[in-house]
Design a protein around this ligand. Structure first.
Ligand SMILES: NC(=O)C1=CN([C@@H]2O[C@H](COP(=O)(O)OP(=O)(O)OC[C@H]3O[C@@H](n4cnc5c(N)ncnc54)[C@H](O)[C@@H]3O)[C@@H](O)[C@H]2O)C=CC1
Ligand SMILES: O=C(O)[C@H]1O[C@H](OP(=O)(O)OP(=O)(O)OC[C@H]2O[C@@H](n3ccc(=O)[nH]c3=O)[C@H](O)[C@@H]2O)[C@H](O)[C@@H](O)[C@@H]1O
Length: 445
């Protein structure tokens, strides 16, 4: 099929590349000229595992191209994915849907033959109905359908999740549109391992918001239990493991830490909390407010833990912060808890140096006032405390790191705010390890 993807960010770029991999002819439309140039050269503008390989394969072959011209895409494609941003409004009261409304409003009059617009961006319930009115009023042809097909990919796994999704959810009202959606995802559906859920637009909108709200609730739940463990001297890692054995609970999303961050969960929970309050669903609003409250409190808990580990105020401390991205596997620093903690430490400590394997450039762009190190050794040099802020395997799986780091730090004190390291490897190399909701682990050597 000839398809377009409008908005080539963290969702759109992998989605466009995956569609080319599935055998479609794809045109990506992006407003940012630098992004277009980068993608045209076959390189991604952010780090995402496997994405450059797909771009390498399909851009030179001409199966995947990028442009800033929406009319070129309107002329070329019969199916148009909309993957533009839905940031939180400045006042926090729901999404700013300007990018989505702008893209649909601009595309509709350019469509001169029947076409299907497939929304992928995350929107609050009611948005599709509003967009449908815009299409009815402005479409340049009859037979322009709108469907909503929310996305469930995770950053760091965007390519794999796009090629091998566990579900495809489509909210629609037209059978012609359903056929087109089935055709575009035919190679995935033929495998039989992804469930196709065809429903109405409102259900698709709520389903996506409910998914992210549930993931956030689970994270806040285990973080609330970490607070209980901190007070009682219990071990939250054992609690998480023990309760997760029950398949009704499961182990996914049960890693305690500094709370959920990133370009999606925080804004999606905030927007959904606002929306459910607005429509009078008070039970949902109260539940989600509590989820957000727990999440915000983790940052203070993490800062307090660093102070406790140092033995008092940090104004004389040199701190190495390992990790800046919001989670491992991505260079994305949007709403990154790691970078927020680094910022707090930057304000309270004598010296704070941040290192990340992939996101130093993005972090420096956002916070040029912080100090960064391109290599881990420079970051660790002379540190009184090492704070593990993002669970990159470079920090958690390298069994030599505790020994090599011990040679350059001033004190062997690790604060792992992601509950990610194998503590016995560190304590065996002479480190004291502090984690949220767990008893302090003392050196065994
Ligand atoms: N990042 C993720 O992992 C996922 C994101 N989502 C949702 O997908 C949407 C996009 O998110 P991200 O890709 O993270 O945002 P992003 O900010 O990385 O990308 C959005 C892109 O759209 C471009 N854009 C805006 N208006 C445009 C227009 N009229 N024409 C062409 N390009 C335009 C922007 O320049 C930007 O590059 C959001 O609603 C998000 O909630 C959903 C699932 C996963
Ligand atoms: O709508 C979206 O954009 C996406 O949001 C999340 O994906 P993502 O933001 O890539 O990241 P997650 O892996 O869910 O992690 C989110 C945050 O929670 C934190 N987290 C995650 C899991 C956990 O056990 N503990 C924990 O603190 C992570 O470190 C990160 O800060 C969802 O997992 C995706 O299904 C969804 O499509």
């Amino acid at each position: 099929m000839r398809v377009s993807v409008i908005g080539c960010g963290h969702l759109g770029a992998p989605h466009a590349a995956a569609l080319a991999e599935l055998g479609h002819d794809v045109i990506g439309v992006e407003l940012n000229p630098e992004t277009v140039k980068k993608l045209q050269s076959g390189r991604s503008h952010f780090y995402e595992k496997g994405l450059d390989e797909l771009l390498d394969r399909h851009v030179p072959a001409g199966r995947l191209r990028f442009t800033s011209s929406l009319s070129e895409a309107a002329e070329f494609a019969d199916l148009h994915f909309v993957a533009v941003g839905t940031p939180l409004r400045a006042d926090g009261r729901g999404y700013d849907v300007g990018q989505v409304v702008g893209a649909v409003r601009a595309l509709a009059p350019l469509l001169r033959r029947p076409a299907t617009i497939v929304g992928k961006s995350t929107v609050t319930v009611g948005t599709v109905a509003r967009l449908q009115e815009i299409i009815t009023e402005h479409a340049g042809s009859d037979g322009v359908d709108l469907v909503w097909n929310p996305e469930f990919l995770r950053e760091g796994h965007a390519v794999e999740d796009s090629l091998y999704p566990d579900r495809i959810v489509v909210g629609l009202t037209s059978s012609a549109a359903e056929e087109n959606v089935r055709e575009v995802y035919a190679p995935i559906l033929a495998r039989g391992d992804a469930e196709l859920i065809v429903t109405d637009p409102a259900t698709a909108e709520v389903l996506k918001s409910a998914a992210n709200a549930f993931l956030s609730t689970k994270i806040s739940y285990i973080n609330a239990m970490a607070e209980v463990c901190e007070i009682t001297g219990a071990d939250v890692a054992t609690v998480a493991h023990g309760i997760g054995i029950d398949p009704r609970i499961g182990h996914g999303g049960m890693r305690p830490g500094i709370g959920y961050g990133g370009g999606c969960l925080p804004k999606d929970v905030a927007a959904f909390t606002h929306r459910v309050g607005e429509i009078g669903a008070t039970g949902a609003a109260d539940l989600l407010k509590a989820v957000e409250k727990v999440n915000h409190a983790r940052m203070d808990a993490a800062h307090d833990l660093v102070e406790r580990a140092y033995g008092g105020p940090l104004d004389t401390a040199t701190i190495a912060v390992l990790g800046a991205s919001f989670k491992a596997g991505t260079s994305d620093v949007r709403n990154s808890p790691a970078l927020r903690l680094a910022g707090l430490l930057h304000s309270s400590a004598a010296r704070t140096v941040i290192h990340d394997p992939e996101s130093v450039a993005a972090a420096r762009h956002l916070h040029p006032e912080y100090s960064y190190a391109e290599d881990i050794r420079t970051a660790l040099d002379g540190a009184d405390i090492v704070v593990l802020a993002t669970e990159w395997p470079e920090f958690t799986k390298d069994t030599a790191l505790p020994t090599t780091a011990a040679r350059v730090v001033r004190r062997r004190v690790l604060v792992d705010v992601r509950t990610a390291v194998n503590t016995s490897v560190w304590t065996a190399a002479g480190w004291t390890v502090h984690q949220l909701g767990r008893p302090v682990q003392h050196p065994t050597a």
